[in-house]
Design a protein around this ligand. Structure first.
Ligand code: TXA
Ligand code: MG
Length: 318
């Protein structure tokens, strides 16, 4: 069983000697290893049971360090980085050959971000390589937002989990690329589109919905609990499924006719940031309770509500 602790030195030694380690970030926990070494990147794919066509995000502690690994940094990226890094935004940039093609699943671009978590920033500052880190969950399952979530699922797959507490954002980073100079968002996430557009103007949103996409974090069925998820008008869904054991994930309200212990209202303060922070824990809790089906609703389509709706839609596509 993986051990859990706050020992940065231990994590650093393990990583330098070619092991993988689970690390906290503000978005979700990552399963990290030296992004420059094929043999270590392979360990990450294996531990997660992740298909080789799904590229990894590289984590680094400064823009200057990142410049060693990419061919070009467009001015928009400099603008976004100075405003939002460290933070929940990932950029796609043309890679130098130093980044193995295994890390990018054969793509010419590499994904980079500076995560906003004190422990992990300290850890990164002890390393002379970037950390490739996908979310620390088995492929296709819900991303972990606590060290315990990682331990429950990866067990013997990882020797050490660096414990940084509960993730503050709770949903993965927003991913943006610049194909032919056109800023394009490929994954809705913890950085709101509205904030990005305020700095660099309108962005295209291109969320891949196919089952064999080029940016596979966007697989149509992803982030999925084991139980079926249905999205709609919750009171009507409760009526339609009255013969089943129901779990509910709502934004604000609780509903009559369902055991209150099986209802997760994500933010009674109507705060979409709080709702995002609670989303993945709530899905896990209902997955572990004796319910047959998870009923949920569309969240307001603004700010992090967009990313919440995206994750729920993918969870329901199972
Ligand atoms: O918040 C996050 O981004 C977390 C934490 C740990 O940083 N990481 C994360 O990684 O969510 P992961 O592996 O679950 O999602 C990575 C996704 C891929 O599935 C893919 O969609 C996109 O990032 N990606 C990575 N490299 C890419 C590339 N070169 N081109 C296009 N998409 C890429
Ligand atoms: Mg993931």
């Amino acid at each position: 069983m993986a051990s859990i602790g706050k020992d940065i030195l231990k994590a650093s030694k393990l990583l330098k000697s070619g092991n993988i380690v689970a690390i906290p970030t503000e978005t979700v926990y990552g399963l990290a290893g030296n992004a420059l070494r094929d043999d270590i990147v392979v360990k990450i794919f294996k531990a997660k049971n992740r298909p080789a066509f799904d590229p990894l995000i590289c984590h680094i502690s400064s823009l200057e360090k990142m410049a060693q690994y990419v061919l070009d940094i467009p001015s928009e990226v400099e603008t976004l980085a100075s405003a939002f890094w460290p933070g929940p935004l990932t950029v796609l940039l043309p890679k130098k050959p130093l980044i193995p093609s295994l890390t990018t699943s054969g793509l010419d671009e590499v994904a980079f971000r500076i995560p906003n978590h004190q422990l992990t920033l300290e850890l990164l500052s002890t390393l002379d390589f970037p950390l490739a880190a996908p979310s620390a969950n088995p492929f296709g399952y819900i991303s972990p937002t606590t060290a315990k979530h990682v331990q429950d699922q990866l067990r013997d797959q990882v020797p050490y989990i660096l414990d940084g507490g509960d993730c503050e954002v709770g949903i993965e980073s927003t991913i943006i690329g610049f194909v032919n100079g056109q800023p394009t968002v490929y994954r809705l996430g913890g950085k709101r589109i509205e904030e990005i557009e305020a700095l660099i103007g309108p962005v295209k949103v291109h969320l891949n919905q196919s089952s064999n996409p080029t940016a596979p974090g966007m697989l149509k069925s992803h982030y999925a609990p084991k139980k079926p998820v249905l999205i709609g008008n919750i009171p009507e869904l409760i009526k339609e499924h009255s013969d089943q054991h129901i779990g509910v994930i709502s934004y604000i309200d609780h509903f009559p006719g369902v055991d209150p212990a099986r209802q997760m209202a994500l933010s009674q303060n109507r705060d979409l940031n709080e709702a995002a922070r609670n989303l993945f824990s709530a899905l896990r809790k209902l997955d572990d309770l004796p319910v047959d089906i998870i009923l949920t609703e569309h969240f307001p389509d603004e700010g992090l509500g967009k990313a919440i709706n995206d994750r729920l839609t993918r969870a329901s596509a199972h």
